[in-house]
Design a protein around this ligand. Structure first.
Ligand code: ADP
Ligand code: TRP
Length: 337
């Protein structure tokens, strides 16, 4: 099984990114051939400063390694180190219907939020399709908001296969025994982790760097504390029962708490007796118990950037080897060779 996913280098990692995406990536490195990349080309749709982009790209690599990505098990690389991805992007653009892209929720949401509707933002799902298809990926672990993009990838791959593989029938594309496909491009499947599919931010909306409501993984202790203490609650008195859905505290606690802790939290929510301040301190403690080892590892890695660079370089070489035969087949099919 080939597993592939990417994270945009467009800001600091937060709890939503971790529990919605990165945690699964790291677990999956033991289940198959995993490829993970830093989607710096995608990040260009929002980051327009070269020095900042370079810094954020390196940050993302540090984050991955600190959080437990093992470069011996998984291939970690920069999207932009693989020129074949922009080449495939163009081959796919030539078969991707406008209507398909116009239906993308993510595009519509971003434009609604005020991000300018550049061509790059519009064709973002086609570049994402190129990322996925270039390596013949089977499984794409993503957050819930990216599932539609993986479905679009399947549609675009089907279009390409229909256009360039004589007699291609999407219904009997793959031989279940040999796993051989009749098309050139393999249709991927999205994998979402349901319990944590949407992590709420400090204001109760979905946690997102664009809403300024995040709890970041690698912020200074004081900043983390301030963020946790700023979670929006209400004036339910300490002695009263509390509604776990009234704000994001209960959902955030549930990400970390083990079964016993959670049973106790649920009991006091039902019966009252603990104030929101108490739960926030508990959340902060759980956050540190969970992330402090990674936070320490990240500090160490910051002192050895040459190592990080060599991991990325080696990753890009491995990724290009995987991509080679697939892009070559595409070139032949479209008549560029
Ligand atoms: P942001 O919304 O902060 O810009 P991204 O869009 O860069 O985050 O998302 C990176 C990854 O993290 C994606 O796979 C996305 O689905 C996941 N993700 C982001 N925010 C959340 C959240 N609040 N809950 C669950 N997953 C999330
Ligand atoms: N669009 C994804 C996000 O914002 C990042 C991404 C780019 C990606 N290319 C990908 C994810 C390929 C999975 C597969 O989170």
């Amino acid at each position: 099984m080939r597993i592939l996913s990417g994270v945009q280098s467009s800001g600091k990692l937060h709890l939503g990114n971790y529990f919605g995406a990165i945690k699964q990536f790291i677990e999956l490195q033991d289940e198959g051939e995993a490829l993970y990349f830093i989607a710096n080309l995608h990040a260009m749709t929002t980051v327009r400063d070269g020095a900042r982009m370079r810094g954020l790209t390196l940050d993302a690599a540090l984050d991955f390694l600190a959080l437990g990505l093992d470069p011996k098990k998984a291939t970690l690389f920069r999207q932009s180190d693989i020129p074949e991805v922009t080449e495939l992007f163009w081959y796919l653009s030539a078969v991707a219907p406008m209507g398909l892209l116009e239906r993308a929720h993510s595009y519509k949401d971003k434009v609604a939020k005020g991000i300018s509707s550049d061509i790059g933002l519009f064709t973002y799902p086609v570049l994402m399709a190129a990322d996925i298809l270039l390596y013949g990926s089977d499984v794409v672990p993503v957050g819930k908001d990216q599932v539609q993009h993986v479905e679009m990838t399947r549609d675009i791959a089907t279009k390409f296969n229909l256009a360039y593989v004589p007699g291609y029938d999407p219904k009997r594309d793959e031989n279940p025994k040999t796993r051989k496909i009749e098309g050139i491009l393999r249709l991927p499947t999205a994998r979402v982790q349901d319990q944590t599919a949407s992590v709420p931010g400090v204001d109760g909306q979905k946690m997102s760097k664009s809403y300024d409501n995040t709890i970041d993984l690698f912020a200074d202790d004081a900043v983390t504390k301030k963020k946790v203490m700023s979670i929006k609650s209400d004036s339910t008195p300490m002695e009263s029962a509390k509604d776990p859905n009234a704000n994001s505290i209960h959902a955030l606690l549930s990400l970390f708490a083990n079964e016993t802790d959670l049973a106790e939290i649920n009991r006091t929510y039902r019966e009252g007796g603990k104030g929101y301040g108490h739960y926030k301190i508990q959340l902060l403690d759980l956050f540190h118990a969970y992330f402090d080892p990674a936070r320490a590892r990240r500090k160490e890695l910051e002192g050895d950037l040459a190592h990080v660079e060599s991991v990325l370089k080696d990753g890009a070489e491995r990724a290009r080897k995987t991509a080679g035969p697939i892009i070559e087949q595409c070139r032949l099919a479209v008549g560029m060779k």
